[in-house]
Structures are given as C-alpha cells and as structure tokens.
Design a protein around this ligand. Structure first.
Ligand code: 5GP
Length: 203
C-alpha cells in the first residue's frame, strides 16, 4: 500500500480516537517526520506539550509548546491535569489529560511527541496506543546532527547524548521502530504505518 494514497476520513465521533506516540532522541529527525505526518493527515490532532524550558529561537507558544513556569507546572501536577509528565534534560514536560481525553472521545486520532518515560506512563493509562520509535543510524550521526544544528551548548549536547543512548537502548518497548538513515525512506515508512493503523490493517 502506498503512503501516497490518502486514507479515508476516519474521524468518527461514534468510535474512540487512537493515540500515536512518536519518540526519538534529540536530533533523531522526529520534528521533521511529525511535520510530514500533519501535512499528509491534516485531521490528526497534535498534542502540544507543556514545558518549563525556555523557547528556542523561532518556537511559538501554543504551537511548539505551551511554555509555563515551574510553579504552574507543579500546580497542574497537584490538580491531576497531566496524562503524564516527566523531567527531561533538567526541564519538566507534560501532556494535558483534557486534550487527550476530549480528543479521543470525539474520535480524533492524536499524535504525541514524548520521551520514553512519558510513553511508558501513557501505555499504562491508554494500552491501545500505537508506539513508534525513530532510530537514528548511530550515536555519532546524532552528535553530528545536534552540533550542526547549533542550538545547544556542548554540555547540553553531552547530556542529550547520554539520554539518547539510554533511550535507544529502550526502543524495544515500542511496537514499531523506524530507522531514520534516509529521511525520505523513513518518512514513507512512517506515513504507511500510520495509514495502515488508521485503516485498521495493523496496530
Ligand atoms: P525538546 O526540549 O528538545 O523539545 O524535547 C526534549 C524531549 O522531551 C524530547 O525527547 C521530547 O520528545 C520530550 N517531550 C516533549 N514533550 C513531552 C511531554 O509532554 N512529555 C514527555 N514525557 N516528554 C516530552
């Protein structure tokens, strides 16, 4: 089946939506791949995460993340507003439980771009989730990508590399692993996988 064939409109309020979880280490190409997903399936809802980290140049509040203070974040923990939350690279990140539950109830398919810790927590709550790990070709390629991006200082990159190695070792927790060595091939694989799941051909 070709990923170029558009799936039938699957949004249907008589059935629950599906959760697609995509994880990869920083620099794994996840953002580019997620953009391709939204271009191909514009009806999929993106779960915009909340974070206490500062915006990077070009990032927009409410689009890339909801940027909030640590106080707000902890208040939301106390009032059970997270479907999951985690500390990643020294910052806090959380997924809104309201966004997920409201979306699923009206039959929306939702894409989450979260880390491995978050994925484990979401699977506990939503066991039907479809989990996809984007695997970089090697740890060296990842470092090169992060360095050439020029967004982070050396110590931040070093920390991200340690986390990346740990995350890559945990990729066995995911139902699907897509190797992102050649972006076009990885994009095609991801779109085909999502299309198959939406058509009920695989989980
Ligand atoms: P970045 O700061 O580079 O945008 O993201 C760092 C890591 O945090 C990425 O692996 C990303 O997938 C993860 N992340 C982003 N949002 C969430 C979230 O809501 N929950 C969890 N657990 N991880 C998240």
């Amino acid at each position: 089946m070709s990923a170029h064939i558009k799936a039938e409109k699957t949004e249907d309020s008589s059935r629950m939506g599906r959760l697609f979880i995509i994880s990869s280490p920083s620099g794994g190409g996840k953002t580019t791949l997620c953009k391709a997903v939204f271009k191909h399936f514009p009806d999929i809802l993106y779960s915009v995460s909340y974070t206490t980290r500062l915006p990077r140049p070009g990032e927009k509040n409410g689009i890339d993340y909801h940027f909030i203070s640590k106080n707000e974040f902890f208040r939301m923990i106390e009032s059970n507003r997270w479907a999951e939350w985690a500390e990643v690279h020294g910052n806090f990140y959380g997924t809104s439980v309201d966004l997920i539950n409201n979306g699923l109830c009206v039959g929306k398919d939702i894409l989450l771009d979260i880390d491995v810790q978050g994925t484990v927590k979401i699977i506990e709550k939503y066991p039907e989730s479809i989990t996809i790990f984007i695997m970089p070709p090697s740890i060296e390629t990842l470092r090169m990508r992060l360095e050439s991006r020029g967004e982070d200082k050396k110590d931040v990159i070093d920390q991200r590399m340690i986390n990346a190695k740990k995350e890559m070792e945990q990729s066995y927790l995911y139902q699907h692993v897509i190797l992102n060595e050649h972006l076009e091939i990885a994009t095609q694989s991801l779109l085909t996988l999502i299309e198959s799941c939406r058509l009920g051909l695989r989980v």
